[in-house]
Design a protein around this ligand. Structure first.
Ligand code: PMP
Length: 463
């Protein structure tokens, strides 16, 4: 009987059309303009580094969703860990305790290679909000009552809530929603590709760290509670600082009694080729925030890890002495059990090492595009890679966003999903980003490189 598959296919297509109509009627998509004509990509399943839409079109997801599916899609053992935990204990708040949260906090401390105490939330934004509150109260606990400001960097992204968005340094994400939380100050991030002419990279790193320290001083160091930064700026356009920069920032913080918060929401859990991004720079943050790769995106969970010495300042039983902060779902048993299974998987399959190796190979493969007329710069950090596209290599003029978008669409038409990052207001919306799962196979990497290069070469012959 040859009619049955045809009938099935027709039914499936009708279902897909109905679903697309319901989507347009009821679902508000993130970061997407109002546009009825634009058909949504309805993703049906994922396996390894690949996703498939309802019609069965397959794509290599070189962005790991939103930089988070570190172990890849379709890992049954993660689903099972959550399922088994839900059957035993589905929920209890963390004014009390449960084993998955205890074990996970202990494991995170091991991964951080020092004594940290962990507060759980649900998203990267909340992890950062929690860090700001801890930093402010910490300063009060030690008698530094005037310290409340948080210094962050232009072009950084730290989340969508009023505090995390205030820390964010990308004006286009902020101006329609202001006033945001007060008390946030921004400084220039290192962008070595666009450093002053004639200055070497090491000196540029020192200059950027000096600017940050001057900002602390000029604001009045006694009013500054914390500095927050990612090890490298990811969403703002893959800005990789000179190697000494983060250590110099750490030293500046120490000189002025300012806490250093490192946002590991993207760089954590092997993405950088080490367990955490800051471990590449040999610094110890006072507070580390994490989300995304903590569960590889399988369930919402985030964490704010605080050095034991900072936590110690919260000793005391008076009402004003403890952290007045709670969220209903943070550290839910199933999410913690799943995160533990995720960490075990990362270790068992040596995915941190795999990330470093794949990152080196991705970088080496992309270097062949250096001479391409649109490629201004290629930069990477573990298995994170950015390609800054330019219209004029000499003048480093950013490629207009329409052209960047066209290249991304051409990749997608050939089965490859990549990202676009940067900063619209700053005029740099021209950085292609790559962050495939750490568990990508050799064949996945070969497909990624071959597909992207064919798109770039086609763009060259089009002129
Ligand atoms: N910090 C960084 C560096 C991020 O990239 C993100 C999210 N992309 C966040 C914080 C906020 O995380 P969430 O979207 O989970 O709130």
């Amino acid at each position: 009987d040859t009619t049955a598959p045809v009938a099935d296919e027709q039914a499936a297509r009708a279902d897909a059309r109905e679903l697309a109509a319901a989507d347009r009627a009821h679902l508000w998509h993130a970061m997407t303009p109002y546009n009825e004509a634009r058909p949504p990509m309805i993703v049906a399943e994922g396996q390894g580094a690949w996703i498939a839409d309802l019609e069965g079109n397959r794509f290599l997801d070189a962005m790991s969703g939103l930089w988070c599916v570190n172990v890849g899609y379709g890992r049954e053992e993660l689903a099972r860990a959550a399922y088994e935990q839900m059957k035993t204990l589905a929920y209890y708040p963390l004014m009390h305790s449960h084993e998955p949260a205890i074990r996970l906090a202990e494991r995170l401390s091991e991964w951080l290679e020092d004594e940290y105490v962990v507060f759980f939330s649900n998203s990267g934004s909340e992890a950062n909000e929690t860090a700001f509150k801890i930093a402010r109260q910490y300063q009060q606990q030690i008698g530094q009552h005037a310290r409340y400001k948080v210094v962050s960097r232009y072009r950084a992204y730290h989340g969508n809530t009023m505090g995390a968005l205030a820390a964010t340094g990308q004006a286009q994400r902020k101006y329609k929603y202001e006033p945001l939380a007060p008390g946030f100050v921004h400084v220039r991030p290192p962008d070595p590709y666009r450093r002053p002419e004639g200055m070497d990279e090491a000196e540029y790193g020192r200059q950027c760290a000096r600017e940050l320290e001057e900002t602390i001083r000029w604001e009045g160091a006694e009013s500054v509670a914390a500095v927050i930064m990612e090890p490298v700026i990811t969403g703002g356009g893959m800005l990789v600082p000179p190697p000494d920069y983060l250590r110099l920032v750490r030293e500046a913080c120490d000189r002025h009694g300012v806490l250093l918060i490192v946002d590991e929401v993207i760089c954590g859990f092997g993405r950088s080729g080490r367990k955490f991004g800051h471990q590449n720079y040999d610094v110890k943050p006072d507070i580390v925030t994490m989300a995304k790769g903590l569960t590889s995106g399988y369930l919402p969970l985030s964490a704010t890890a605080v050095r034991r010495s900072v936590y110690e300042a919260f000793q005391g039983t008076e009402d004003y002495e403890y952290l007045r902060h709670v969220n209903t779902f943070g550290g839910s048993p199933a999410a913690c059990a799943l995160a533990l299974a995720n960490l075990e998987l990362l270790e068992r399959e040596q995915l941190v090492e795999r990330s470093r190796l794949l990152g080196e190979r991705l970088r080496a493969g992309m270097e062949e595009l250096r001479e391409h007329p649109l490629v201004g710069d290629i930069r990477s950090f573990g298995l994170l890679l950015g390609i800054e596209l330019v219209a004029d290599k000499q003048a480093r003029t950013p490629l207009p966003v329409e052209q960047v978008t066209r290249l991304i669409a051409a990749c997608k038409a050939r089965g490859l999903i990549i990202g676009k990052n940067g900063d619209t207001v700053a005029g740099y919306n021209n950085v292609l980003t790559f962050a495939p799962p750490l568990a990508s196979t050799d064949e996945d990497l070969a497909f990624l490189l071959a597909t992207f290069k064919s798109v770039m070469h086609a763009s060259e012959s089009e002129g």
